[in-house]
Design a binder for this molecule. Structure first.
Ligand SMILES: [Cu+2]
Length: 237
């Protein structure tokens, strides 16, 4: 509001055309501050016995906000990945071992706090790693587009790439976003496909650091960040 008043005073002695030009420039400046800047990308390739897919994560900076755009695509045997809604979660550990039952190495749901209870079937209405259900069509395929402020790719308390990393999971049932008894499977049931979430090679963050170096080269310790991401999840499959 203060800025508006100031601009009006400045404009007082201007001709009408100049006043309009100033206002156009103000609007352009406002639009510029609302534009998004890509910060970093990550990706997960999900595999299962009869279900596979990909998940793309793009963190963007919009004015004072950090947002993560998530696009999930899955395809599977419609007898297994049945038409309808299926739970999609970010799980708390970047490990997707095809055990029996599969993908239990990914453990519970990503939930660093404030509750910090990663049990998939409790602590609802939500964990930080909960995503909207994906809708699967009659042919066994589906796509989900979501926007989250509950996670980040860049470093911070909600980062899904730090520590042991995290994994993207597709479940056999819908998540009703209601709590239930531990181990009841109420949050989605069987784990049909999972994939470790990894920082994308050539991510914008590396470019930022590279540009900050006087010789145009990335800092040596940052050149290996993509490899370091793999080190977070040595047992990933
Ligand atoms: Cu899950």
């Amino acid at each position: 509001m203060w800025q508006e008043v100031m601009n009006e005073q400045v404009c007082t002695d201007f001709s009408v055309s100049t006043r309009w030009r100033v206002r156009r420039e103000e609007r352009a400046m406002t639009m510029a501050t609302n534009t998004e800047r890509e910060v970093m990308r990550a990706r997960a390739d999900m595999g299962g016995d009869t279900v596979a897919g990909t998940a793309e994560f793009v963190e963007v900076e919009r004015d004072t906000q950090r947002l993560v755009r998530i696009t999930v695509r899955v395809q599977g045997d419609p007898a297994v990945l049945t038409p309808g809604l299926h739970a999609v979660h970010i799980h708390e550990r970047g490990s997707c071992e095809h055990g029996n039952p599969p993908f239990m190495s990914a453990m519970g749901h990503f939930d660093p706090g404030p509750a910090g209870n990663t049990d998939p079937d409790v602590n609802h209405p939500f964990h930080m790693g909960d995503l909207p259900n994906i809708r699967i069509g009659p042919d066994g395929s589906g796509m989900l587009e979501a926007l989250s402020t509950r996670i980040t790719l860049s470093e911070g308390p909600l980062c899904i790439l730090s520590g042991e990393g995290t994994a993207l999971m597709i479940h056999g049932k819908e998540d009703p976003y209601r709590g239930g008894p531990p181990k009841s499977g109420v949050s989605g049931g069987p784990r049909l496909a999972g994939g470790v979430i990894r920082r994308a090679a050539g991510s914008a963050l590396l470019g930022q650091y590279a540009a900050s170096q006087p010789d145009g080269l990335a800092h040596p310790s940052l050149l290996t960040q993509t490899d370091l991401t793999d080190a977070f999840v040595p047992d990933a499959t």
